[in-house]
Write a protein that binds this ligand. Structure first.
Ligand code: SAM
Length: 214
């Protein structure tokens, strides 16, 4: 098997002077614009209530999240994906407990999800980009995940890129191990490739660190 090039996280972008996240699709003020009010209201309605909420980031063709939503109808499944065509192709197949949305997960986690609302976050084989503007796993994003997770919620990350796993492990250092979230038999596209080609998969599943003093 050919050797895979080592991946190292790109140097982070300097913080924006207004404190907003750099590089995110449409900018962090996107959902303040009236033309996105309807989409935002749809998200707010979808995440309202206390039904457990699972979020899959970068669902690609959506096979996995669609299967999970049918398999676990008592969970709300939110899928976030930045590629317009993927979302347009998958969204018509979503059952009522599944919302597939074209959105940048970094904005949604840092700004739109209600604090403490999410039971499980699935980050499956994120792109090992060398462009800091496109990097998903950064300290502000992890702070957004921490903000959005329920006290017993968990984040699950899987990758076949060792450097990316080490990067994630560094960002989630201090987060205790958590039980695995619901996992059906349908694998993501990349996980199928890894199984086919015998590539190693590095996984971590962590829960929020306890607030200091607890
Ligand atoms: C390498 S692919 C992996 C796809 C799928 N999760 C899998 O395991 O096969 C990464 C996916 O994440 C999407 N993506 C990248 N950055 C994203 C972001 N900030 N928010 C939402 N989706 C993102 C990409 O469009 C792409 O579909």
């Amino acid at each position: 098997m050919p050797e895979r090039p080592e991946w190292k996280a790109p140097a982070p972008l300097p913080p924006a002077p207004d404190g907003k996240l750099r590089g995110v699709l449409g900018g962090t003020a996107l959902y303040d614009q009236p033309r996105h009010a309807e989409a935002r209201a749809r998200l707010d309605a979808f995440v309202a209530g206390e039904t457990p909420l699972a979020v899959e980031i970068g669902f690609d063709h959506g096979m996995r999240i669609l299967d999970h939503a049918r398999r676990w109808p008592d969970i709300q499944w939110l899928g976030l994906e930045i590629r317009k065509r993927r979302v347009a192709a998958a969204a018509p197949h979503a059952p009522p407990n599944c919302l597939l949305w074209r959105a940048d997960a970094r904005t949604i986690f840092t700004q739109l999800l209600p604090p403490g609302r999410v039971s499980w976050v699935y980050i499956l084989f994120p792109t090992p980009t060398e462009n800091p503007r496109h990097l998903l796993l950064t300290p502000p994003f992890v702070a957004g995940v921490e903000r959005s997770l329920a006290p017993d919620g968990a984040v699950y990350h899987a990758t076949d890129v060792q450097g990316l796993h080490e990067h994630a492990a560094g960002l989630f250092a201090g987060w205790p191990d958590a039980p695995m979230p619901p996992m059906g038999p349908v694998l993501s596209r990349r996980e199928r490739v890894c199984a086919r080609d015998g590539l190693p998969i590095y996984r971590l599943c962590r829960k929020r660190p306890l607030p200091e003093g607890e």
